[in-house]
Design a protein around this ligand. Structure first.
Ligand SMILES: Nc1ncnc2c1ncn2[C@@H]1O[C@H](COP(=O)(O)OP(=O)(O)OP(=O)(O)O)[C@@H](O)[C@H]1O
Length: 226
């Protein structure tokens, strides 16, 4: 098995591309969904966040007010580091669990949809392939304004909080250019899908696991025969 890290910028089209991969039957792990899950009431990170940030970041139903927390960490970088230190280990553990599940199910590769793949960098070294869903700055701005009902200033502020898409584009092995018609992006996605399907990058780990398994059976049989 091998890992494919997929990223992009805010409103660049990641979710739309990921949906194509899902429809094709690919194994996809959604880092954002996991990040939402690990801070739900009852999970260990929830208690640590309430301890660190106080009960004023809670909604009436006891869930974490993501908007309130978001605006705190947007203004104070040390608080963002603290929140990351609380949540990232749990997010990585859950990702690993899901990767192992897909490995056992026999998938050759898993696509990890990680919005901040290139900003946080910690997961990059595990990725055999990296993909950026790119679109030009003007298109990104207008799609974000339209989708989220934001003013130009608000949209620009959110885009500026991330690494520029142009830089991510330089760092990725595969670029899906979503600046134009959706059909053109869909075709690029189908092409990348066939490249991943044809790749033999899954073989080393599978052969390694097979050799390990044979080794264990051999050792056990020797042990039982003695
Ligand atoms: N090629 C396209 N043409 C027109 N609209 C598009 C195209 N691709 C995506 N969109 C629209 O742009 C918006 C952003 O797309 P999408 O939600 O897939 O981006 P995203 O990268 O997942 O965003 P975020 O990370 O902010 O959630 C959506 O409203 C989507 O319908």
């Amino acid at each position: 098995m091998f890992l494919v890290g997929l990223s992009g910028g805010i409103a660049s089209g990641k979710s739309s591309v990921v949906q194509v991969f899902r429809d094709l039957g690919c194994a996809v792990i959604d880092a954002d969904a996991i990040a939402h899950q690990v801070v739900k009431p009852g999970y260990p990170a929830y208690h640590r966040i309430v301890q660190a940030f106080g009960r004023e970041i809670l909604l009436e139903n006891g869930e974490i007010n993501r908007q309130a927390l978001g605006s705190i960490i947007f203004r104070h970088s040390e608080k963002r580091k603290l929140l990351n230190a609380i949540t990232h280990p749990d997010i990585r553990k859950e990702m690993l669990k899901q990767i192992l599940k897909y490995l056992v199910q026999g998938y050759r590769y898993v696509i990890l949809d990680i919005p901040l793949l290139f900003e946080t960098k910690t997961m990059l070294r595990f990725m055999k392939h990296t993909v950026v869903v790119y679109c030009d700055p003007q298109t990104q701005l207008s799609r974000l304004m339209q989708r989220n009902g934001l003013s130009r200033e608000e949209a620009e502020e959110r885009i500026a909080a991330q690494l520029p898409l142009e830089e991510k584009r330089q760092l990725a092995q595969h670029i899906l250019d979503n600046s134009g018609e959706w059909e053109a992006t869909r075709r690029q996605t189908l092409h990348l899908h066939s490249q991943l399907e044809d790749s033999l990058d899954f073989l080393p780990l599978r052969l390694g696991l097979f050799a390990g398994f044979v080794g264990i059976i051999y050792l056990l049989s020797q042990h039982l025969l003695l």
